[in-house]
Each structure stands twice: as C-alpha cells, then as structure tokens.
Design a protein around this ligand. Structure first.
Ligand code: AGP
Length: 606
C-alpha cells in the first residue's frame, strides 16, 4: 500500500518528510518522491526504487521550504519509474495519492481534448490537471478541489499543494485512510498514524468523503457535501521504541519472537470469564447463530480456514470460509442467522472491506477481528474484536496470524459454551492448552538454528510442496505462502490426500516436500503420503512431535521435533517453524525480508 506524508511548520520540510517516509517503508513500495514550496515555487524530487535513492538525490539537489508532501508508491497503473512516481504535478498543482481513480481514462481523454498535457502512465496524474483546470477557470482553491473530487470515482487519499501558496495543504479522503497530526505550531498529514510516531500523538482521522484545508491558522474540515464539519482528535500512543528492531536484524524476526508475549495478551483476553461481554459484541444474538462465514485475504484467509474447523468441532456450527476477493461476485446468500466474521490485520484490505460492505448491505450479522481498531473496517463493522498483536511492521503477517487464531479459537470456545456443546471439563482442557502455548512457542524459537540449516537446503531448490491433513492443510497453505512471499521460491500448499491426484508428478530430487504431521488420528494416512514421495526420490522435511519423529524420523531428509499440544491447537504451534523457515530462506538469499518485492503490507486496492 502506498504511503503519504505531509508537513506544514517552522522547519525545513524535506528531512522531516524523508524520515516519515522511512516509517512507511514497511507498507511496501517501488518509488518515492516529495514536493516542497519555497518562495512560492513548487520543487519536486522523485526517484524509482528504494527510499535511499530519493535521499541520495536530495543530497545532490536539496530543496527548501517549510511546507511539503511526500509519497512512497506501490505501482498499480504504470511501471515503477521516476516519471510515474508521486508527487504528480501540473503547472501549479502537485499531489500525492493512495488508491485507484477508476474513471481516470475518461477524465484524461477530456483533459487532453481541452489541451492539457500528460507526462506519466498513472491514473493519479488526472488529479492535479483536473484541479489545474478549475483554477485556470478562476475557481478558489477550495472550490477547485471540491469540483475535482466530485468527478473522481474509486478510492483515494490525496494531498494537494499549490504554487504561490506556502500556507495550504488540501486533503481528500475516500476509501483510503488519511490522518492529520497536530503539534503546537506544526501540522502533519499521513496515510498511517505510524508515520507520525515520535512527532505527535494528537491525531484527527478523516472520514470517507471528507476534505480538509490545513494552514498555519488552523484546519478546516468539510464533509462529503463540502459543509464544515468537526472531527474529534484522538491520542495515539505509538512510541518511537516500538518502531525499533529491538536488537533483531529484521522486523520480521523481531515479530516472530514477539509471539509468546503477543499471544499471552490475546490468550489472557479469551480465557477471562465473559470476555465476549456487552462491550465487545453488544446485542449480537450469539445463541441464535446457525452458521459462520469466515472471510479474509492471504494469511488472514488461512486463519479463517483453520477457524472453520474450530467452529465445527467446538461449537457444532457450520463454518464456511471464503476468499474475500471472490465472495461478493458470486452473489452469496446472506442468511439472517449467519454470522460473517472478517479477519484482517490492517483493517484496510480493500477486498475484505468490500466483502464486509456486501454483508452489511444485506443486513447480515458481522464481526471483524482486527489489529487496528482505528481502521476503516473497525469503523464500518457492527462489532470488532482486537487481536492485541501490537504493531506489525514487516510485510509478512506472523504474530498477527497467530493472534488472529487465538481470538478465533476463543470465539469458537465461547460459542461452544453458549450452545452447550462443550462440557466444563472440555472447556477447561482447551483453556489449559491455550495458556500453555507461549511456553511451547519459546521452545520452538530455540530451534531457529536447526531451521536455518533446513532453509540452507531449501534455498538450493527452485520449488517446494507443503502438505498436511485436517488442520495441517490450511497450515500448509500458510507455510507455502510465507516461503514464496519472503524467499521468492515457488511453493505450493495442498491437502496431503490430494498429492496422488496429480501433483505427485512434480516430485523429484530437487523438489522437496515439507510434511506437517502431528502424531494424531491422521498421522498414518500422512505417513503413506510420505512413502509415495520417498518412492519417487522426493526429499522430505518432516514437522511432527516426538512420537511421530520416533516412528519415521530416521527415514526423512530433515525433521523437526515440535511440542505435543492439543490437536486443535497444532496450527498455532506448527506455523512458528514455517515462519522461521521462510525468514531464514529469505536472509540466506540476501533478500529484503521486511519489504519483499512487489508486496504491500495492506492492499487497499481491489
Ligand atoms: C501475509 O504474510 C501477507 N502479507 C498477506 O497475505 C496479508 O495477510 C493479506 O494481504 C491480508 O492483509 P490484512 O490481514 O491486513 O487484511
């Protein structure tokens, strides 16, 4: 997801913009740029690639000015080149933009016919040129911006700067987050409060349809009908310490190691009496729920798949999972007593948000499980539950995934209790299992060096399979996603039983299979899958517990002995080594594990 920053104050804007853009690097990007205004003139500097390229350019060609905007771009329309980088500008207007202008082609065609000249391949460039057109017709800054946004269709967060006016930043928000930071004689703008950590804690969140004019005299906010409106300030406690790597080489490794602590907070929540009280789910008729739909994207969707087993097992509720980007296009039936659960770390993922809006429009019960309660999904969901993972800066979802699983497990247990499907003894058993998880995760984190050795082998292979049965099937999907998104090794996750129905043709010496097989009721079946692989010379990396390793550990190429936990909690345990496997593979290949190529932390476009 692109990153936006804006500054209006008493100091030189350029270094402040650059430092704040560094705070947004985790979101993923492929070019960056800033605009400042000095002596009334617009100065624009942009560079493709990493932020360091922009920093180098600004050393060679510094720009002055106490007002500016900046952007890290994740390319949607047009390649990741300097000309396509933001800010995009006309003669007198410079803008940065997150989101997609869906009707940019027709606007661009009209402006070209009216004699306006385009330089880039981006959809964004229509914004400054459209605003320029209204300024050229004599409209005020405010009216020019309002006329411009009234013509835009799609999602956007936009900052406008105007030549000859070094006391005005105009903002517009529709579908993509934008916040204003206040600090004495300085005002900041950002697409994410995180970029303002250490600069200010006083934040105003703009709402969809809002525009705002920021000047040294103050900030005026307009609602979607362009009428003045008040938006309250909140205090955000992101401190600079949270942004450090805490002695770890990468945020991803730090966040993997934070899981015992993060999970402890989530576990403490779901194991406390009546945690699903009035405050959290209000009058959601949990006792009348007849089915659960679980929706998310990527890793969050795999959390949904795992949770669907739990709702069936613990609450005897039909649990259906959907890839959020597919959901609304099949015109799903929303039953009055179904509960739709939306899982999202960022709460800004456009596909998941779009599915949520479909359910809300069809008056379905909806509940979001989120890491950011100031997010768009939190604002629009009828109910939302926090996962307590704290900041997750690496693009890879690690501690957020396991915290999502804990909250989902807690929800399934609670529904099991409410529906009287769980005896007190059974409930206590699961509760005990959850409480023991942080200790088990610490044991696995101590296997990091052993896992690094397996990664050494994996990085010599162009492909890998991940297989498992039952709860280990979605866990295998997540393991494959982690490996491919972090190390760029092609990896495929699948149900172990599916291997013989086609994919087994892939097996050969250079095509290893990671087998997830706790010694449970499915172990023997997975064992026969392993024999199928071994008889075709395929290398095997086996993750199991002591009993499983004793049984077949001597026949495999690599094995990892994991703690034996309650079968329903194995996904949380087995995902930790898979996160470390992906991390070490990426590091061994010398890749930027915190910002993998082409990826964004939250994908705010459909
Ligand atoms: C996970 O490692 C990926 N970065 C990605 O699949 C992510 O889980 C997905 O884009 C959903 O993001 P969200 O949880 O913020 O909605």
């Amino acid at each position: 997801m692109c990153g936006i920053i804006g500054y209006l104050g008493k100091n030189e804007a350029s270094p402040i913009l650059l430092e704040s853009l560094r705070r947004l690097e985790y979101r993923g990007y492929d070019s960056a740029g800033i605009t400042t205004i000095h002596n009334g003139k617009l100065f624009v500097k942009k560079a493709a690639g990493r932020l360091v390229n922009l920093a180098d350019l600004l050393v060679k060609e510094p720009i002055r000015g106490k007002i500016g905007i900046g952007h890290t771009r994740w390319a949607t329309h047009g390649k990741a080149t300097t000309i396509n980088a933001h800010p995009q500008s006309s003669n007198n207007v410079s803008v940065v933009h997150n989101g997609i202008i869906e009707n940019y082609k027709e606007i661009k065609k009209q402006l070209i016919e009216e004699g306006y000249f385009f330089r880039s391949e981006t959809d964004t460039e229509v914004i400054p040129l459209l605003c320029q057109k209204f300024l050229d017709q004599g409209y005020s800054y405010t009216d020019s911006v309002h006329q411009t946004v009234d013509l835009l269709k799609g999602q956007y967060a936009i900052c406008f700067l105007f030549e000859n006016n070094d006391d005005l930043i105009f903002l517009a928000r529709s579908g993509s987050p934008l916040v204003i930071g206040h600090s004495r004689s300085t005002t900041y703008v950002a697409s994410d409060a995180l970029a303002l950590a250490g600069l200010t804690k006083e934040i105003t969140y703009l709402e969809d349809g809002d525009t705002a004019a920021i000047s040294r005299e103050g900030t005026t906010i307009f609602d979607s009908s362009h009428k003045n409106v008040h938006r309250s300030k909140t205090f955000v406690s992101i401190n600079a310490i949270d942004l450090q790597k805490g002695g770890f080489k990468h945020y991803m490794l730090k966040e993997i190691h934070e899981q015992p602590k993060a999970l402890a907070k989530a576990i403490q929540t779901v194991t406390s009496e009546n945690w699903l009280d009035e405050a959290s789910v209000g009058n959601l008729p949990l006792d009348e729920i007849e089915g659960v739909n679980l929706l998310g994207c990527g890793t969050a969707e795999y959390a949904c798949m795992i949770a669907s087993y739990w709702f069936e097992n613990l609450a005897k509720l039909p649990g259906r999972t959907e890839i959020a980007s597919e959901f609304k296009y099949r015109d799903p039936i929303i039953k009055p007593n179904d509960l739709s659960i939306f899982v999202s770390q960022s709460g800004e993922t456009a596909d998941t948000l779009s599915a949520l809006r479909y359910v809300i429009k069809n008056k379905g019960h909806n509940l979001s499980i989120l890491n950011n309660l100031a997010s768009t999904m939190a604002k629009e969901s009828t109910y939302s539950l926090p996962i307590h993972a704290d900041l997750e800066l690496s693009v890879a979802s690690t501690k957020a995934f396991t915290c999502q699983l804990v909250i989902l497990a807690g929800l399934a247990l609670e529904l099991g209790k409410i529906r009287k499907n769980l005896s007190r003894k059974e409930y206590e058993q699961y509760r005990e299992g959850l409480l023991n998880l942080p200790g088990y995760i610490n044991i696995i984190l101590d296997l990091s060096e052993e896992i690094r050795k397996i990664a050494q082998f994996l990085t010599e292979c162009p492909n890998a399979l991940f297989i498992g049965r039952g709860l280990m099937f979605p866990t295998a999907l997540e393991g494959a996603l982690k490996l491919k998104e972090i190390s760029y090794i092609h990896a495929e996750g699948m149900a172990a039983g599916e291997l013989k129905h086609g994919p087994i043709s892939l097996i050969e010496r250079t095509f290893p299979t990671v087998v997830l097989a706790p010694s449970d009721y499915l172990f023997d079946k997975t064992k026969s899958n392993m024999e199928e692989i071994q008889s075709r010379n395929g290398p095997i990396i086996l993750l199991s517990d002591a009993r499983g390793i004793d049984d077949v550990g001597k026949d495999v190429d690599f094995s990892l002995t994991l703690p034996k936990v309650h079968p329903l909690l194995t996904p949380i345990i087995y995902t930790i080594p898979l996160q470390l496997l992906a991390y070490h593979s990426g590091v061994i290949k010398g890749l930027d594990v915190d910002n993998p190529r082409h990826l964004a932390k939250s994908v705010t476009v459909e």
